[in-house]
Design a binder for this molecule. Sequence first.
Ligand code: HEM
Length: 258
Amino acid sequence: MCVHLTTNASLLTGSETFQRAVFLIHSPGKLLPVIEWVAIFLPLVFHAGLGIWIARTGRINSSQYKFTSNKRYSWQRWTGFIGLIYLFLHIMHLHGGMHYEGWMSAMGKIGFAQFRPYNAGSSLVHAMNLGYGIVWPAIYLVGMLSLVYHFINGLWTAGITWGLWITPKAQQRATKVCVAMGAVLTVISLSAWAAAVLPSEEDAVEMRAVEDRMYEMGVEAGTVPEMEEKRDMREREMLVEEPEGGYQVSTGADEPAS
Ligand code: HEM
């Protein structure tokens, strides 16, 4: 989560930086789905399954006891639940779940599977603009902040389970460290969110030209594997400001690389 959000926040410094990072992430090529399932999806499914089991067997008592730790216990459950729904929507929205062509095009028709790794920044910005530019940003904001809380509070309680901070003094120290980590992660996640949400359609057109140039030069130099299916071949109509101040319709795909 920390690495993922930091990579996404790098879009703030320009689409080149983000595109370079995504080229690197996608460099395992055909092995990538295996890595994703073994290192990301299966551990997530395991964690979600365990979480649901714990939530079903545990008893919330924050309505009887008003201690902060009782409240934190129920927030931990709620944020886990919200985070799970968010992660499902997020993975479907951008990644699509599976890389098969038929599946991807079916998902694309209902507004999912929107991310194109070789046009990383521009396809991310477009994906966020679907749903009037409000629905997805709102889902991301609530989901991300829930996951930050769930991760940090979970770390604190895990420290007790593992016997790392047992005494009240040790727990106070751990609280300070966890709050500081939570604050840093909140800033990083808000940066990732802003980087994806703030750019306009015009910015996306410029990003796309830069990404296309990076792809073509990478393929020529042999540093990027030629995989046309990872490029954004969709034609989108968007309004682009002309130098005189008027607007013209652009498809983005036809933009000359400058
Ligand atoms: C503004 C916030 C976020 C942005 C812009 C973002 C962006 C992305 C993108 C572009 C992908 C597709 C990657 C690909 O197909 O190569 C992705 C996948 C994924 N994201 Fe996020 N993400 C955000 C927040 C989060 C958070 C908070 C989590 C929670 C841990 C998360 C977990 C995942 C997972 C598990 C995948 C699928 C695995 C993968 O594709 O490698 N994301 N995200």
